[in-house]
Write a protein that binds this ligand. Sequence first.
Ligand SMILES: Nc1nc2c(ncn2[C@@H]2O[C@H](COP(=O)(O)OP(=O)(O)OP(=O)(O)O)[C@@H](O)[C@H]2O)c(=O)[nH]1
Ligand SMILES: [Mg+2]
Length: 396
Amino acid sequence: MIIKKFIAKDFQGALKQAKKEMGSDAIILHTSKLRRGGILSFLFAPQVEITVAVDEKLQVNSDRLRKPVSSPVVATEANGPESSLQDRDPGEKTRAQTAPGELLQELQTMKNLMKEVKNKISEVEQIKGISQEVQPFYETLLNNQVDKELALSIISRVESRLPRDSKGDDELWVRDLCLHTVQEYIKEIRPIDLPWDRKGVLVFMVGPTGVGKTTTIAKLAANMSFLEGKDVALITLDTYRVSAAQQLRTFAEIIGIPISVVFNPQDLGAAIHHYQEKDVIFVDTAGRSPYKDEHMEELQEFIEVANPDETILVLSVTTDSSDLINIYQKFNHIGVDKIIFTKLDESYSYGRILNTIYHIRKPIAYLTTGQNVPDDIEVPDTLDLARMLLREGGGL
Ligand SMILES: Nc1nc2c(ncn2[C@@H]2O[C@H](COP(=O)(O)OP(=O)(O)OP(=O)(O)O)[C@@H](O)[C@H]2O)c(=O)[nH]1
Ligand SMILES: [Mg+2]
């Protein structure tokens, strides 16, 4: 699409120019009257400007077109200073040369801007009703990456619980109310359940690549074995890389527990049977892309054979909230029971934990806070989590 402007004394003149140059397929986009500015403007007659567009392909094929595509943007019938480009504002020149794609992009930017302004206005409206002593907690939640909507919902609930006669003289009291309210938004904390009267509890660890599945299994296996005196066995399905199976094998040797490497669903059944007298069997899976159907189907086959007691999705808090939720939704096709959030030492964005948990409504099993096996893992406490979310500047 080519767009050009034509200026003449009257509409007919401008149209004649346009048809001559652009051909009769040209479409008139815009017509306007131009008047030269300044104190002598009355000396000059007004002019007519028309903006015309023509399809490039039509134009190339047409003999009617006299000038090349790169011809000057403005053709004028009248000679003299009033018809030159300098007489008009510089913005008009830019607009005349803007391609339709760019215009669309500009329009989109404007639309996004309008949306942002609208959201900001509605946010300000909602914040207006919140007491001054509560508002700083809203800011802190946002700084810790809690989603705006969720943060608003939390502080609105806090506000509704403030006694009407409190005059903000008790800051600590408001803080306690915030801590209490945030805790309500954290769904359950539920670590792996090992009933005393059951053997062979089967736990699958699934998740995207590199989030810390294998390291987390090593931490849990070591703690359960050393601290709780449990009989633990490991199975790895990660046979895609030589180093992967070796990684878990090394941990197993250090801890002193058995490990089996399994290549297909049939062998998995046999391995589970082999360890049925153990207290707990951890199954490490290869990091898989949740967006590749064949990866998820393969995992599904293993899950169907094994029928695990718990399938735990491992997610890293270094991942964006929206990605975390998308990843969960993909993995949940195989049935996710609990979540482990890893790498809390690498990010202060604890809000992502709350955003995800609030959205997916599944319990948190553990949080991991570093690379050290077996130390850097903990069963979170909702109060500690709430404190982290309400702490300015983050920090564990
Ligand atoms: N900082 C930090 N690093 C961690 C944590 N957990 C695991 N890691 C590191 O993350 C890297 C990947 O850990 P793995 O346990 O191999 O991750 P994985 O999910 O098994 O990876 P794949 O099997 O390749 O999908 C290693 O360098 C770990 O030491 C954690 O809580 N904090
Ligand atoms: Mg691994």
